[in-house]
Design a binder for this molecule. Sequence first.
Ligand SMILES: C[S@@+](CC[C@H](N)C(=O)[O-])C[C@H]1O[C@@H](n2cnc3c(N)ncnc32)[C@H](O)[C@@H]1O
Length: 206
Amino acid sequence: MKSPQKFWDKVAPRYAKSPIKDEKSYQKKLAITQQYLRPDWSVFEFGCGTGTTAIVHAPHVKHILATDISGKMVDIAARKARDAGIENALFRQGTLDSLELQAESFDAVLGLNILHLLEDAEAAISQVNALLKPGGIFVSSTVLIAELKLYWRLLIPAMQVLGFAPHVNRFDKQELVSMLIDAGFSIDYEWQPGKESVFIVARKER
Ligand SMILES: C[S@@+](CC[C@H](N)C(=O)[O-])C[C@H]1O[C@@H](n2cnc3c(N)ncnc32)[C@H](O)[C@@H]1O
């Protein structure tokens, strides 16, 4: 299979044009997140895609560092932010492994539609925990591949062989919650728009 960076670089122009699948759920997730955000907060986002969510949240916080493995996604995101007049969001290409970020330097981390795409979600969750200040929050929205309809579960491996689908993890909700708790989070808020995905706000222990 292609490297994730190549895969997502190729997908980026199409991803930028695709509408949000479930606008009502997306708006609810934005609203819940904004109940937590504070004007003096530093926020980090990984897997930011074309920056849509970072651009919405930027006016509600001091600063957002939004990052993605795909340079193409980041370029589109930076252009959209410039066009929207957003000045407190910085878009950088990189991953949790490659970006050299200071421990305990963020009040919130956003990981939206990304945990199920990582090779090692457990390690990523621990890295997120290390980046957060004590009491900071990790907002995640995750597709539960194990809950997808059978035809998708059969189709994905075939699409992966052809290079049309990325690597995916098959953890269920309970496994995700366990990974968060084991990494030192408590679950502050949990919502399932449907059984195939879960939105969680997890808090790092103080
Ligand atoms: C399904 S998109 C989600 C984008 C955005 N968060 C959203 O909700 O629209 C997944 C994003 O994660 C990025 N990605 C994939 N693997 C990554 C990794 N290891 N580190 C950082 N970003 C990654 C992809 O380039 C892509 O932009």
